[in-house]
Design a protein around this ligand. Structure first.
Ligand SMILES: [Zn+2]
Length: 446
């Protein structure tokens, strides 16, 4: 039963320590699966997520047009290996799914070392790590191995075998809507197309999944739409199939790389000063934790699709260390030890705080705008005068009354007064109870 507001819930039962461990357990379950932009890996992943949240699974057939793109052939893989000239299996997909170039076409052949080398990928700077490489839109096959292993290969005839298939099938994505009091939506999107990589992006998947669990029992103003889509083509597909509904999206976050030890990084929406931008920045500022704010760029994760000019949706991207800026990015070192329960839990709590401020950020009219109302008569001045907290509360009351002219939101008032959002919200709540505020229903068009 939905009977509690988000703020009440946040103050009571959520145990971030416990949720950090549970999210890490989910990541552990999903880690071995070989995901890609299509195929059974994504289906299997979404089925596991259904144990946590009843999300719907959508299939869009190969060949379907989605704006300028076409849903590709579906890729699946059963096994793959390389045998050396002595017949020993020296590279084996069963040991790590990163060993196979993602979307490799099937192959069964004998090749020389030189021929093999043209299909091998390594990272010389990190000679023990296996890189993660893909070839979605160009037919190719290949293996990814450690640089040290490459250096140890001797001349001779190698046997290469990839038992994969590229066939007509479909692209799979997951979607879940937490219904709120209004149809105005907050979009949370995360990609589900990477194989055994933990931070990019099982961390995002785990946090999104646990956010659905957290929001479901609550009574919220907004509806929350969660998308679990393959990166790029998945969000393009969703936007193409749901174009008419996108006007409901009032705020959004793409979640990625949220389990590492770095500080939180927020990449702003294309608009640059959307409400979600100001809310995230306010939440970061108030935590006092070191953090980074980046301007929008048409690169990165699916914020570039949501922020394409034909949609221009207010969707930012929340990360810890951004993609490409941690050494482990797209390598076998982005593993289960690289993401930690405490960082997952911190990212999760931060998302909750962002939602809480978005939920509470309303705009009011002062119902007694001609000179100040008499607060003492209404019991609004603290009984024990003189303490610092009481003075701040009184100051907050005066700011809210003065700026509640239908044009300033509580977030605007917090910024202008240099008081915390929480103080301003508490003052607004006290004034609301006394009938001194009336909500300005919002227009998102102006
Ligand atoms: Zn990636």
């Amino acid at each position: 039963m939905k009977d509690r507001s988000l703020a009440e819930w946040n103050q009571s039962t959520v145990d971030p320590g416990k949720s950090g461990k549970e999210m890490h357990e989910l990541i552990r379950k999903l880690y071995p699966i070989c995901r890609s932009i299509t195929g059974d890996g994504v289906r299997q992943t979404l089925k596991i997520l259904q144990e946590y949240v009843p999300l719907s699974i959508h299939e869009v057939p190969t060949g379907a047009r989605v704006f300028d793109w076409t849903i590709p052939m579906e890729w699946n893989i059963r096994s793959a290996y390389v045998r050396d000239p002595r017949g020993r299996k020296i590279i084996d997909f069963q040991k790590s799914n990163l060993h196979v170039l993602n979307y490799s076409v099937p192959v069964q052949s004998k090749v020389t070392l030189e021929e093999l080398k043209a299909h091998l990928y390594t990272i010389p700077e990190h000679p023990d790590w296996i890189p993660y490489r893909t070839s979605y839109y160009k037919e190719n096959w290949g293996f990814c191995i450690s640089h040290n292993q490459l250096l140890g290969l001797t001349d001779g005839e190698y046997e290469v075998f990839i038992d994969s298939s590229l066939k007509n099938g479909s692209l799979t994505y997951g979607e879940y809507l937490v219904k709120g009091q209004t149809d105005d939506e907050i979009l949370i999107s995360t990609h589900v197309c990477h194989p055994s990589l933990a931070n990019d992006n099982l961390a995002g998947i785990a946090i999104a999944t646990f956010l659905t669990r957290y929001l479901r029992p609550l009574s919220t103003r907004y509806s929350y739409r969660f998308l679990f889509t393959p990166g790029g083509i998945g969000s393009i597909t969703w936007l193409s199939q749901n174009e008419q509904q996108t006007s409901r999206i009032k705020h959004g976050l793409v979640l990625a790389c949220l389990g590492d030890s770095g500080n939180i990084t927020y990449k702003k929406t294309r608009l640059g000063d959307a409400e979600v931008d100001r809310v995230v920045m306010r939440a970061l500022q108030e935590t006092g934790d070191p953090h980074s704010i980046l301007d929008f760029t048409p690169y990165g994760y699916d914020e570039r699709q949501f922020g394409s000019p034909g949609f221009n949706l207010p969707v930012g991207c929340l990360m810890r260390t951004p993609h490409g800026e941690f050494e482990e990015y797209h390598t076998s070192a982005d593993n289960l030890d690289f993401v930690k329960p405490e960082h997952l839990s911190h990212s999760f709590s931060f998302c909750r705080r962002v939602f809480e401020i978005l939920e509470q950020n309303r705009t009011y009219w002062n119902t007694n705008p001609k000179c100040e109302p008499q607060l003492g008569r209404r019991g609004l001045y603290s009984a024990i005068g003189g303490n610092a907290d009481g003075r701040l509360h009184e100051l907050a009351l005066l700011w809210v009354l003065n700026l509640s002219d239908g044009a300033h939101s509580l977030l605007d008032i917090a910024s202008q007064s240099a008081l915390s959002f929480e103080k301003i919200e508490k003052a607004a709540e006290a004034l609301r109870k006394q009938g001194l505020l009336r909500e300005q229903l919002r227009s998102f068009h102006g």
